[in-house]
Design a protein around this ligand. Structure first.
Ligand code: BES
Ligand code: MN
Ligand code: MN
Length: 457
């Protein structure tokens, strides 16, 4: 413990300067213009793993962005921990809202500000440095593998194939992931579940061109108006989603588990203040954390059509579009929900417009068992460094590949995240507190230690 702390202290500045080099590579997976940066970033990860002491590390080409695999075999017979993370980041736009440029990391008020500072470069780099530290002290009680992808933010489309083709290479006892949040800096938690996702895009087409809204308005059906009507009818007055069959596979959570969930700290006023709203809304009969953690949701992510430029332009648009995401809970199937959505949405189109709906990407929800050695190791590690037993929390976010790991590799994942909701991931001015970064590096070795001990029995 103490020697880990000392190592971290002694190497603080170097860890940060390396992380900053990592962050400076603009690895935006969604943008074609960053394709070369993605390759550079994968090479950076490979080199970091080798420098940290991996026996081997390789960059694997895919049809999309490369995957990095690295490993250190300590001893036959020891348990193997596979670390998963992603080096890709979300686009930084809108750029004008950043106080410092997104790919020039800056420390302000004890936090690193940059795109990827938390999600997931900062969190993933904690694992690289924890590995370096244990390795340099010959303190590794487990065999270690790293699988770091570059397509998480765009749906991980090439990772499932990579997993099925490389089962042997990826064999492990547990997958350890730091890509989620904890409740607060003084309230550790382990993410016990993730929501699934069906991400849709819809298109409503009316007249063959944008029309003069005076010469035609009032007589020709307006696709923007229709899209708004159609979207608003996707929920009823109780905040329930109206797509037929949508809730069919949702498992109702027992009263006991709901009571347990209600025990987690939650301050209604503070929660509203943190996003600057004066009221919250959602499905009737459920608390805020139930609405986020155990109930499905539907949200418009973006909506456009017609004229959105400066000033006024009097037209009746030809087309209207929206991107709509549905967050799913365990036992709901992403493809099935996408089909239900498409059937409902296209059949709800009134005369005068044509409607298309397309499934962009998604995946299944995930639940993590709370009574295994894999979980217990996380609980003990956090209890040691934070001085408090962590609370299991069902997160509202999604990492669809986690369910795929279970299906294809047959390995359960532990979600040991050190981010905070206030880190503003995917938003302008994303940040990651130095405290969380260094506390993470301190906690991870204890996970290995406890896990190895528990497995030994
Ligand atoms: N790391 C996040 C997911 C996350 C964050 C889960 C915080 C729990 C707590 C991940 O990078 C992410 O952004 N996932 C996407 C899904 C993906 C398919 C684009 C998401 O949740 O929107
Ligand atoms: Mn992430
Ligand atoms: Mn993300």
């Amino acid at each position: 413990m103490e020697k880990f702390k000392k190592y971290i202290d002694d190497n603080r500045e170097r860890f940060l300067s390396e992380l900053f080099d990592f962050i400076r590579i603009p690895s935006v997976s969604a943008k074609a213009e960053n394709k070369e940066d993605m390759v550079r970033c994968a090479e950076f990860v490979k080199k970091s793993l080798l420098d940290a002491g991996a026996d081997r590390a390789e960059v694997y080409k895919t049809d999309g962005h490369p995957i990095v695999f690295g490993e250190k075999k300590v001893k036959e017979g020891l348990p193997t921990v596979l670390i998963y993370g992603h080096y890709d980041v979300q686009p930084a736009e809108p750029l004008e809202l950043w106080k410092s440029p997104p790919f020039e990391p800056e420390i302000r008020d004890g936090k690193i500000y940059a795109r990827g500072a938390d999600d997931d470069k900062g969190q993933l780099f904690m694992h690289v440095k924890a590995f370096e530290m244990m390795n340099s002290m010959s303190e590794l009680p487990c065999n270690i593998k790293f699988m770091i992808e570059g397509e998480e933010e765009v749906g991980s489309s090439n990772l499932e194939g990579f997993c099925s083709r490389n089962k042997e290479m990826l064999s492990a006892d547990v997958i350890l992931i730091s890509d989620t949040t904890m409740i607060a800096q003084d309230t550790p938690s382990v993410t016990s579940g993730l929501r699934g996702l069906s991400y849709m895009q819809v298109e409503v087409t009316g007249p063959n061109r944008d029309l003069h809204s005076g010469l035609y308005g009032g007589a020709v059906v307006n696709p923007c108006n229709i899209l708004c009507d159609m979207i608003s009818s996707l929920k009823d007055e109780n905040g329930r989603i109206t797509i037929p069959g949508f809730y069919d596979d949702v498992i109702e959570i027992s009263t006991e588990e709901r009571a347990k969930m209600a025990g987690r700290p939650y301050n209604h006023e503070e929660f509203m203040k943190s996003v600057d709203v004066d009221a919250l809304g959602g499905e009737a009969g459920f608390s805020t954390h139930e609405r986020i953690g155990i109930r499905p949701s539907l949200d418009v992510n973006g909506i456009w059509g017609g004229y959105t430029g400066e000033g006024a332009k009097t037209i009746l648009p030809s087309k209207a579009y929206a991107k709509i995401s549905m967050r799913l809970v365990p036992n709901q199937n992403a493809e099935k929900i996408a089909d239900l959505f498409i059937r409902h949405f296209t059949s709800a189109a009134p005369a005068g417009v044509r409607v298309k709906a397309e499934y962009l990407h998604g995946g299944q929800a995930y639940v993590s068992p709370l009574t295994t050695a894999e979980y217990e190791a996380a609980s003990r590690a956090l209890e040691t460094t934070f001085g408090k037993k962590p609370i299991p929390v069902r997160s509202g976010g999604s990492i669809p590949i986690v369910a795929v790991f279970e299906k294809v590799l047959g390995i359960k994942s532990i979600l040991l995240g050190f981010g905070l909701d206030s880190d503003a991931i995917h938003s302008p001015n994303e940040s990651y507190p130095l405290f969380n970064f260094f506390r993470g590096i301190e906690t991870i070795p204890l996970y290995y230690r406890h896990y190895a001990e528990l497995k030994r029995g």
